[in-house]
Design a protein around this ligand. Structure first.
Ligand code: BG6
Length: 463
């Protein structure tokens, strides 16, 4: 047996988000999710909405105590725009929210858990979606920078790691391209403009943060998915290239290198769906690249040339160029319907090293969603999630290999800490090191939680 060893300062943590863990108590505004659930509960699994979630708004001290017990070094959550900001136009904060986030952050620091604060996890205040069309409108990007500046000013003396957006492409895809997030538009122009405006909000926030001269760093979390083409045929290769442009390079290139890939801009031009921009904005993007990157990885993206060619009258969609490829005999997590393929985490790590200047990065989410985990309880009531331990172990082995080969990966955050509410899937898929009882909201450490405690204490594990 060989030891898979990580450095003593490797950052072992977990990730969640405000809208998925806090609950709605005391918020001055509704987020998109609270509004959408009230309007259309049928779209949510078992018709369960975000009102309570893990109730971390009231129970965060219990969470932090368990993080400490497990030896977890950091925790990413998000500050909800719709909670922190009372006046969305000026960025003036809400007093109750300031007190809550101050206490939460202080509690983590006192327990030796570094707070990693994200500012957007798919949760636009609904008033901004209705008044302005959300991120399709540049004014909303300006308002986001005001919100971010308020957060930096209030908490930047203690929070040393900031994230502007989590998976911005997923949000724009869901809201404006593929109809899985309110307002459920299907429009490529809206999609490219919203992505660009989010990039402006991001770059403006990076600029604002650096101007404040605080002692800390700022980055973004993306779901970088190197696509795997079905074959080396030209159609399959083109499918992979276009998928890569619209999903990965669309944020990685401007956030790390300061500009979009020419091929991306050429494609938009060709299909007449370019976004509106100014040369000053492009300068802002160029001058405000990130200090680090967070990368979420769950499953690989296999692609193939599309089966059907578009009709000349169709409105352009990026997937004119690619279809998902459901490779026969893939190893699947049958619960979530996602493929399990740990090697991709190595490919991601080497891509960051080779194509993105070996920028500092960390795995900001990885995890395995499973249904009805109560089935796996032992006589003490602990969920024995050996499948999750195996999943994490395999990913860590590949990650470790990449680190040995020089990739600048600094940490690993599991999604998630306590099983949380997840958008339209509500509590269907459980991901945590810690289980959540939906009746009492009590927390119980799973077997994987005790396992990671050992891994952290030993800086690794035996293969
Ligand atoms: C990530 C998101 O992409 O996937 C999380 O950042 C989400 O917010 C997680 O909860 C798991 O997704 P799901 O749908 O399986 O719960």
């Amino acid at each position: 047996m060989a030891k898979i060893e990580f450095s003593a300062d490797f950052d072992w943590g977990t990730a969640s988000s405000g809208p998925q863990s806090e609950g709605s108590a005391d918020k001055p505004h509704e987020s998109l999710w609270e509004y959408w659930y009230a309007k259309d509960p049928e779209r949510f699994y078992q018709q369960v909405g975000p009102k309570i979630t893990c109730d971390s708004y009231h129970r965060y001290k219990e969470d932090v105590a368990i993080m400490k017990e497990l030896g977890l070094k950091s925790f990413r959550t998000s500050i909800q725009w719709s909670r922190l900001i009372k006046d969305l136009e000026t960025g003036e904060p809400d007093e109750k929210a300031v007190a809550f986030y101050n206490d939460y952050i202080n509690e983590m620091i006192a327990a030796g858990v570094e707070p990693v604060m994200n500012l957007f996890h798919f949760d636009t205040p609904i008033a901004l979606e209705h008044e302005y069309g959300g991120f399709k409108n540049k004014h909303v990007a300006e308002l986001f920078v005001k919100f971010a500046t308020t957060a930096f000013t209030l908490f930047g003396d203690r929070v040393k790691r900031w994230i502007t957006f989590n998976e911005p492409v997923a949000h724009a895809k869901g809201a404006y391209l593929y109809d899985f997030i309110y307002p459920n538009e299907v429009n490529t122009r809206s999609y490219t403009q919203a992505n660009y405006n989010i990039l402006l909000a991001h770059a403006g926030s990076v600029e604002a943060y650096h101007k404040l001269n605080l002692d800390g760093e700022i980055g973004i979390v993306v779901d970088l998915l190197p696509p795997i083409p079905r074959s080396q045929n030209s159609g399959d290769l083109l499918a992979a290239e276009v998928f890569d442009l619209f999903t990965n390079r669309i944020f990685m290139d401007p956030c790390v290198k300061g500009e979009y890939a020419d091929q991306y801009l050429e494609l938009l031009e060709k299909h007449n769906c370019n976004f509106e921009y100014t040369s000053e904005e492009l300068e802002l993007i160029k001058n405000n690249t990130v200090d680090f990157i967070g990368i979420n990885y769950y499953q690989p993206q296999r692609v193939k040339a599309p089966a059907r060619l578009p009709n000349i009258n169709d409105v352009f969609m990026p997937d004119w160029y690619f279809d998902n490829y459901e490779m026969p005999n893939r190893r699947m997590n049958v619960h979530r319907g996602w493929e399990i393929y740990p090697k991709t985490i190595y490919d991601i790590a080497m891509r960051v090293k080779n194509e993105y200047g070996n920028i500092k990065w960390y795995v900001s989410e990885n995890g395995m969603g499973v249904h009805d985990e109560d089935r796996f309880k032992d006589e003490t009531g602990m969920i024995c999630d050996d499948y999750r331990i195996e999943f994490i172990q395999e990913h860590l082995q590949w990650l470790n290999k990449a680190i040995q080969e020089g990739s600048n990966c600094q940490g690993y955050h599991l999604w998630t800490f306590v099983d949380n509410w997840s958008w339209t899937n509500a509590y269907k898929n459980r991901y945590g090191y810690v289980s959540l009882d939906l009746k009492t909201r009590n927390r119980t450490i799973k077997k994987s939680g005790y396992w990671i405690k050992e891994v952290i204490a030993n800086n690794g594990f035996e293969e």
